[in-house]
Structures are given as structure tokens and as C-alpha cells.
Design a protein around this ligand. Structure first.
Ligand code: NAP
Ligand code: ZN
Length: 347
């Protein structure tokens, strides 16, 4: 075992504080990574506050990890010391079920192992990226293309793939009108990726405060959902809605903005149920869908796409001492647009 400094929540809702954790000795197919940056995802906050239930403490969050390879096990062929790499939301899966074989490890029938707040198949609790080093099976490590700096690449490992996958799946591209709901970490990546795919992008935000940013990121239209008349104006407009909001929304109002046959895909993960009137779906053969991160092959594909189109996250790099105040700001929709921890400040 190797000790590494980390930031952890000792119990549900408690502030994160410095601690030391152990990383396992390298197995033949393991990669030891010096973490350079770790993004703060709203899922970290949901889990630290135990809003989804079943949290394991102490918890070292962090599933948007970018760094360099420090050491590899003898069977690792894909990576060498010094390579620039990333790790997202998963660190293991069975590798044998139909979903793993299809490269959609997030749906592994044995249950994939989450990067943190999870239990690996050997019984070890997993600890995430708010730490100096992490040890991960090579199959769950992605290569970060040269064209992407590590700080702006880190959020791609969750926010990037979580928006790329459904945008790709639901055909966002030329001639398609896509609405992105919520201009936070996921939302701003959704706007950038949908625009890079060639879609016409509209942001639906609580207010017009971030309108200038939304247009700079690639949207052509921007509406405040709190404004009188917005939903009337947008009736029947969109082919696709990507909902990234961390709280429940009035679904029927959003569904009314879809064209016939349009789809509303939910990636936001509030603990509360979403209420929907079935007639909002029947009138217009509309689709209400969900999407969970993306598999490892698609994550690598997303990274190549982002490098080719020069799409990185808009980040505010912080030191570890600012993690707790950053959590408050994320919860207050005061993030522009992803906090990324410089892990060299965890010492
Ligand atoms: P975030 O940075 O906090 O962004 C969420 C945005 O939603 C906010 O910036 C805000 O945008 C809007 N919003 C927040 N509260 C709202 C409310 N009460 N009503 C209307 N809009 C509200 O969070 P994130 O990191 O992007 O994550 C978003 C959600 O996705 C979280 O629930 C997270 O757990 C989930 N998630 C899911 C997956 C998946 O695989 N499906 C992966 C990662 C994260 P405006 O200020 O523009 O309104
Ligand atoms: Zn995440």
C-alpha cells in the first residue's frame, strides 16, 4: 500500500477536510496516476450530503480526474510513464456481460464499480480524485489527447461524456434544434458539444444572468424559464431537450416545447421524483428518456472529438481549501462553469 494525501468528507454533509488514504500496490494490469486536476461535479455534492442514500464515509469524492501516469503494472501495454490520462466515474466492471462486451460498462449486470463511494469486487471501498494519486485498472483509464490541457480536460471525464453520449445517441447535429436546460457544469458542456456537432442550440436557464456566456459558448438563443411567456413562445420548437438540472422541474411545461416526435433526455439526477402528465407525451408522440454517463470506448471517442473541435470545459481552478465554499457556490447555481481542484494543493 502507498499513502497519499486526500480530501474527504468524514460523515454525511460534513465539510471536507484533509486526510491520508492508502492506494493498493499495483496489480499486473494497474496504472498509478499522479492526479493533476479533479473536477467538482454536482454528483459529488449529492453523495457527500447522502441525498441519494447509501453513501460510504469517509468519502473522497472526485470522478473527473486528469493527470499523468506515474507507474504501470507489468501487463499494461496501452500506457507508459508520463502519458496524459483521465479517469471518469467507473474503475471496474465484470468485463463479461453483454453490456460490458458492448462497451457500455455503466450498465454492467454485476454492477460497475464507481470511482468513489463504491465497493470494488475485492471488498475495498473506492476513493476518488480529490487526492494526489490513484490506482486504476488500465481498462478504465482513457488517454487525453495532446490538444487538450489537463485542467480543461478533467471535467470531460464526467460532464463531457454525460452530455456527449445522449447528444450523439439522439442525433443532435445539423438541422436539429436542441435545448440545454441549466447552464452549469454539464449544461455548459452540453452547449459546446451540441454546437460542435452542428445543432442549433438554445439555453433554458433560470434567469438571463449568464446569457452572454451561453451565446459565447455556442448557443444562438437564450431564455429565462422564470420569465412570463417563455414556454408559450417556445411551444413545439425543439427536436431534443437535454435536462441537466439537479432539481426537479415542471416536466409538462418543458415537454410542451418539443416538436412532434421530440425527446427530452434527463441527465440531471435530483433525488426527488419527476412528475409528468402522460398527455404531455401522448399529444405529439414525445419521448421522455434518461442517460447515464457513457462507456469507456465512447469516453475515449468523446475526448478525441473534443480535442479535434477544441472543446474543453470553462474552469475555475481552486486550491483544496476552497472545496467547501465551491460546494456552496455550485448549490447556489454560482459556478462558471466547473470548479477544478489543483491537487498539488492537497499536501
Ligand atoms: P451544476 O453545475 O450545479 O449545474 C446544474 C444547473 O442547473 C445550475 O447551474 C442551474 O443552471 C440549474 N439549476 C439548479 N437548480 C435549479 C432549480 N431549482 N431549478 C432550475 N434550474 C436549476 O450541476 P452539474 O454538475 O452540471 O450536475 C447536474 C446534475 O446532473 C446533478 O444532479 C448531477 O448529479 C447529475 N449528473 C448526472 C450524470 C448522469 O450520468 N446522468 C452525470 C453527472 C452528473 P441555471 O443557473 O442556468 O438555471
Ligand atoms: Zn459527475
Amino acid at each position: 500500500m502507498t499513502s497519499t494525501p486526500a480530501f474527504a468528507a468524514p460523515r454525511a454533509g460534513a465539510p471536507l477536510a484533509r486526510t491520508t488514504i492508502e492506494r493498493r500496490d499495483l496489480r499486473p494490469d494497474d496504472v498509478r496516476i499522479d492526479v493533476a486536476y479533479a473536477g467538482i461535479c454536482h454528483s459529488d455534492i449529492h453523495q457527500v450530503k447522502e441525498e441519494w442514500g447509501g453513501s460510504i464515509f469517509p468519502m473522497v469524492p472526485g470522478h473527473e480526474i486528469a493527470g499523468t501516469v506515474a507507474e504501470v503494472g507489468p501487463e499494461v501495454t496501452a500506457y507508459q510513464v508520463g502519458d496524459r490520462v483521465g479517469v471518469g466515474c467507473m474503475v471496474n466492471s465484470c468485463g463479461e456481460c453483454e453490456y460490458c462486451r458492448a462497451g457500455t460498462e455503466q450498465f454492467c449486470t454485476k454492477g460497475n464499480v464507481q470511482t468513489y463511494n463504491g465497493t470494488d469486487y475485492d471488498g475495498a471501498v473506492t476513493y476518488g480524485g480529490y487526492s494526489r494519486q490513484i490506482v486504476v485498472r488500465d481498462a478504465f483509464v482513457c488517454g487525453i489527447p495532446d490538444g487538450l490541457a489537463l485542467d480543461v480536460a478533467a471535467p470531460l471525464l464526467c460532464a463531457g461524456i454525460t452530455t456527449y453520449s445522449p447528444l450523439h445517441h439522439w442525433g443532435a447535429g445539423e438541422g436539429k434544434k436542441v435545448a440545454v436546460v441549466g447552464l452549469g457544469g454539464l449544461g455548459h458542456m452540453g452547449v459546446k458539444i451540441a454546437a460542435a456537432l452542428g445543432a442549433e442550440v438554445t439555453v433554458l436557464s433560470q434567469s438571463l444572468k449568464k446569457q452572454e456566456d451561453g451565446l459565447r459558448l455556442g448557443a444562438t438563443d437564450y431564455y429565462a424559464t422564470g420569465d412570463e411567456g417563455t414556454f408559450r413562445t417556445l411551444r413545439g420548437r425543439f427536436d431534443l431537450i437535454l435536462n441537466t438540472v439537479s432539481a426537479p422541474l415542471p416536466m409538462d411545461a418543458y415537454l410542451s416545447t418539443l416538436r412532434v416526435g421530440g425527446a427530452m433526455v434527463n441527465v440531471g439526477a435530483p433525488p426527488e421524483a419527476l412528475g409528468v402528465n402522460v398527455f404531455s407525451l401522448l399529444g405529439g408522440n414525445k419521448v421522455l428518456a434518461g442517460s447515464m454517463i457513457g462507456g469507456i470506448p465512447e469516453t475515449q471517442q468523446m475526448l478525441e472529438f473534443c480535442a479535434e473541435h477544441q472543446v474543453g470545459a470553462e474552469v475555475e481552478v481552486i486550491g483544496a481549501d476552497d472545496i467547501n465554499s465551491a460546494y456552496d457556490r455550485v448549490e447556489n447555481s454560482d459556478v462558471r462553469y466547473r470548479f477544478v481542484i489543483d491537487t498539488s494543493t492537497i499536501d
